[in-house]
Design a protein around this ligand. Structure first.
Ligand code: ADP
Ligand code: MG
Length: 278
């Protein structure tokens, strides 16, 4: 397969201003998931290395979103949902009885397919909304600098710095998605989960978000679900191919370095999928 040049390969070298971020390693071990009696993921294990972008690919219904929600304990919001296995954040199981749900959600942020800013709240209030949810206090100066740094990291600052009081709902779709990224960054997550973050966006906004993601991976470990093979090839370092065939639960058929997986898939089903044959 001829691939576009990876955005990853053309980024500038990282010159930190201040202490280098401590990057988080995320690992799922033996994850099985049920909705009621129905097993939808069967003993899935995957390492998502620190400071890398891991792409989860595969057809609809194979459990990618379920897997992603398990990574920050959102799966348990569904009453019928059951789960076994472990999710290790730097070696600590976020499902251990002594771990708090809010700590996991705060350390591991989520961005959804459909941009969901609070439409009536201002851009600034949107960025700070996550702080209120986690009960974090910050004085006025801290809040202002946080708003600027999060919007900058989300690639939105220049477009909105003169209208931080404008409602979030007035932004374009791509800007709203970047606002959601800024909001998720405000609580200083160590991992960012993104469930098809560009599916509702046009190609130009998609490109901007991809570039934003690659910059963010310098300080946050990223896991992205995508249907777009070109996107997986452009942004991700690692890739995992999920499949649930004929009513069987979802499993990972193959995972590894993205480039190797696209150029030399080991499993014929991966080959078929990445080359658009199903
Ligand atoms: P993907 O993101 O790969 O399209 P999902 O994780 O959304 O897959 O879904 C995996 C399977 O779990 C599907 O068969 C889906 O119908 C089922 N499922 C997802 N969410 C729920 C839910 N809240 N209740 C019951 N079944 C669900
Ligand atoms: Mg999904």
């Amino acid at each position: 397969t001829a691939l576009l040049p990876r955005l990853q390969d053309v980024r500038d070298p990282f010159v930190p201003d201040g202490p280098a971020p401590v990057l988080a390693h995320l690992e799922a071990r033996d994850i099985s998931a049920w909705f009621g009696d129905r097993l939808v993921l069967d003993r899935v294990s995957l390492a998502m290395p620190a400071g890398k972008i891991t792409a989860l690919i595969g057809p609809s219904g194979c459990g990618k979103s379920t897997f992603l929600r398990i990574l920050n304990r959102m799966h348990e919001l569904v009453p019928s949902a059951q789960l076994s296995g472990q999710v290790l954040l730097d070696g600590d199981n976020i499902y251990s009885p002594e771990k708090k749900l809010t700590d996991a959600r705060r350390a591991i942020g989520m961005v959804f397919q459909k941009p969901n800013p609070f439409p009536a709240m201002s851009i600034e209030e949107n960025v700070l909304a996550g702080l209120a949810l986690t009960g974090t206090k910050a004085d006025r100066d801290t809040r202002e600098s946080l708003v600027e740094s999060c919007l900058t990291k989300a690639g939105l600052w220049n477009e909105v710095k003169d209208r931080l009081d404008a409602p979030g709902g007035g932004l374009s779709g791509g800007q709203q998605q970047r606002l959601c990224i800024a909001r998720s960054l405000a609580v200083k997550p160590r991992v960012l989960l993104m469930d098809e973050p560009c599916s509702a966006l046009d190609p130009t906004s998609t490109r901007v978000i991809e570039e934003t993601m690659i910059e963010l991976a310098r300080e946050v470990t990223i896991v992205i679900v995508t249907h777009n093979m070109q996107q997986a090839a452009r942004v991700s370092d690692k890739c995992a191919f999920f499949l649930a065939s004929q009513g069987t639960p979802g499993v990972i058929v193959e995972h590894g370095d993205t480039r190797a997986m696209f150029e030399r898939p080991q499993d014929p089903r991966t080959d078929d999928y990445v080359n658009g044959r199903f």
